[in-house]
Design a binder for this molecule. Sequence first.
Ligand code: KG4
Ligand code: ZN
Length: 353
Amino acid sequence: MLSPLVLGIETSCDDTACAVLDGEGRILSSVVSSQLASHRPYGGVVPEIASREHLSNWPAVSAEAFARAGVALSAVEVVAATRGPGLVGALLVGLALGKSIALALGRPFLGVHHLEGHLYSPFLAPQSATAPAAEVPERFVGLVVSGGHTSLFAVDAGRIETLGETRDDAMGEVFDKVGKRLGLPYPQGPLVDQLAERGDPAARRFSTPRSGDTLDVSYSGLKSQALLEIEKLERTLGAIDLGAPDTEPPQPVLDLLAGFRAATVAQLIDRLDRLADRQEIPLLAVSGGVAANRLLRRELPAWAARRGVDLRLVPLEWSGDNAAMIAHAALLRHRRGQADDPFQAEAASRIPL
Ligand code: KG4
Ligand code: ZN
């Protein structure tokens, strides 16, 4: 175990997460307590419930993280917590905990941008490997696809430049909305992905918007198309509610979801092609909840092989929100001699990277 021992705290949305990493980015423990059951009846995350649950979950989550890591709180040498973007009330819980722990221990504190956590997460080793994190190259391109973001970044020696992002909805968000329209429970993204596996994308093609030569993406058009198609199907099939017990989804619905998923992934691949036409991509690191998407995980390696790009896909267990990625991003900044003043660091719902 190499110094410094880093404590990571993540409470930006509906997961209460705590992780302990060593100085090589080896994950000694990572605990994520999902609040899904509490939010599910409402079809989405309820901010007030999220904040309250972070407070009540923290003691058990942190105790388990320290027990699994086999270290005491007093051994922590660097403390990191997500400072945004996210739900402010939820962020405040983790941020206040992190600042207090850092102050009590007399250790440096780092307020981490949630996207920075995702951005460097493809370099973490899978949990089973208990290996150090891979070395992060000076220059690489990062693609973060989540419920709140669809962004392409150029990273150069710790400086992060946004190359492109969504002009409207994030990719995970449209998966959730289309799934919700079909009666699926939150989060709908993984369920839509699963159902799409059984459909034929060629049976229901989606038209992709012409977008000039931008690296931005747009998903609201595809979402509207999908919602319109569902409405059309309901005229012949009757109301569709895939959330009802023992519902076998009709084949046209599966085909629709397959077509929808194929179009969302095709748009990402198209932007990557545009970027690769313009500049050399030394390495592409793909992260975020949607990086778990099965089609995306098949298409990206094929694309990377075609274009001769070194690809790093986030290990599945670190694709969704977790605190290991927050501790890891903090470790990288700590190595560059950076720290934040715990009396100044504030939570923010929207902050640039
Ligand atoms: O990164 P994440 O855990 O939280 C945010 O920072 O947003 O991403 C969650 C998002 C949700 O929208 C969820 O539905 C989506 O990722 N997601 C998926 C899949 N797994 C999770 N979307 C499509 N296919 C999946 N397999
Ligand atoms: Zn996230």
